[in-house]
Design a protein around this ligand. Structure first.
Ligand code: AKG
Length: 254
C-alpha cells in the first residue's frame, strides 16, 4: 500500500531506509528493462564502453556478463526520464527537501551467478557534504532471496562514515568493504519486493547485496539524489556539474 509521504520520511529518518511497493508501473519497468537489453546488445548503439562494468573474469559485453551500467541517467534519455519520475521525486522531496539534484546513477544487472557487493556505505565513495544523499533503487525484476537482494542494517546511518579498508577480491575484481567487527549482522534485513517496487536508502546506511543464485537476472536501477544545497568536498578534482531535477540552485553549492 502506498502511504503518505510524511510517514515515509519518518520511517526513513529512524531506520535509514524504506521500501515502497508498486511505485513504478509495469509499463515503465518494462521500458527500462528493454532499454538495458537494447543498450547491451547494441540494438541501441553508443553506450560508452568505459561505463560498462563486467562480472569478474568476463571479457565480452553480453547480458550474461554485464555487472552494471554506470551513469545510465547521464548517458541515456530513458534512464534520465526515470530519474525524474514524479512519484519517486515526491518521496525524495519528503526526505531531503524540494531542491533536488541528480548526483549519479547505476544500473545493477546482477545476471545469474552475479557476485556479491560487500558491506559499504555510499558516502564513502561520494565527495559530497552533508552526507545525506538518498538513493532510490527500483526493482526491474522481482527480488527474492535467491536472486541476490540488497541487505541493510537498519539504523546504521547514524554512525558517520566507517572504515572501508578491508580488501575484497574476486578474480580480477578488487573492492573494499567495512570490516566484519563493525557490522551487527544479526540485524540485517533483506529488501525483497516485486518488480516496480523501490527502496530508498540513506548514503550512510550499511548495505550489501548477495550473489545471484537463481537462473534469471536481478536488475536494480539505483539513482542517487542530493539536495541542491550540498557542497563538493574533493579539492583535488574540479567540481562536476550536476543536473537540477526539481527546485532551485544555491550559490556556492553543487
Ligand atoms: O544492487 C546491488 O547489487 C547493489 C546496490 C548498491 O550497493 C547500491 O545501490 O549502493
Amino acid at each position: 500500500m502506498v502511504k503518505d509521504n510524511g510517514s515515509y520520511a519518518e520511517q526513513y529518518r529512524e531506520q535509514g531506509y524504506l521500501v515502497v511497493e508498486d511505485l513504478v508501473s509495469a509499463e515503465e519497468v518494462q521500458q527500462v528493462r528493454q532499454r538495458t537489453e537494447d543498450l547491451i546488445s547494441g540494438v541501441v548503439p553508443g553506450y560508452p564502453l568505459e561505463d560498462i562494468e563486467l562480472e569478474p573474469g568476463a571479457e565480452r559485453v553480453e547480458l550474461a556478463t554485464v555487472r552494471k551500467l554506470n551513469r545510465p541517467a547521464a548517458n541515456d534519455p530513458v534512464f534520465l526520464a526515470h530519474a525524474g519520475h514524479p512519484r519517486i521525486l515526491a518521496i525524495v522531496e519528503s526526505i531531503i527537501g524540494p531542491d533536488i539534484k541528480l548526483y549519479n546513477s547505476q544500473c545493477f544487472m546482477k545476471p545469474p551467478g552475479g557476485v556479491e557487493k560487500p558491506y559499504h556505505q555510499d558516502s564513502a565513495y561520494f565527495a559530497i557534504e552533508p552526507m545525506d544523499l538518498v538513493t532510490c533503487w527500483t526493482a526491474l525484476d522481482d527480488v527474492t532471496l535467491d536472486k541476490g537482494p540488497m541487505h541493510v542494517i537498519p539504523g546504521s546511518h547514524r554512525q558517520g562514515v566507517l572504515d572501508h579498508s578491508q580488501p575484497w577480491v574476486v578474480r580480477d575484481r578488487r573492492d573494499k568493504q567495512v570490516p566484519d567487527e563493525a557490522l551487527d549482522r544479526g540485524r540485517e534485513t533483506p529488501l525483497l519486493m516485486p518488480a516496480g517496487g523501490c527502496s530508498f536508502h540513506h548514503s550512510l546506511l550499511l548495505h550489501r547485496s548477495t550473489p545471484n543464485r537463481s537462473t534469471t537476472s536481478r536488475r536494480g536501477l539505483a539513482v542517487h539524489y542530493m539536495s541542491a544545497r550540498s557542497r563538493w568536498t574533493d579539492d583535488s578534482r574540479p567540481q562536476p556539474s550536476y543536473v537540477l531535477l526539481q527546485g532551485r540552485e544555491y550559490p556556492g553549492c553543487v
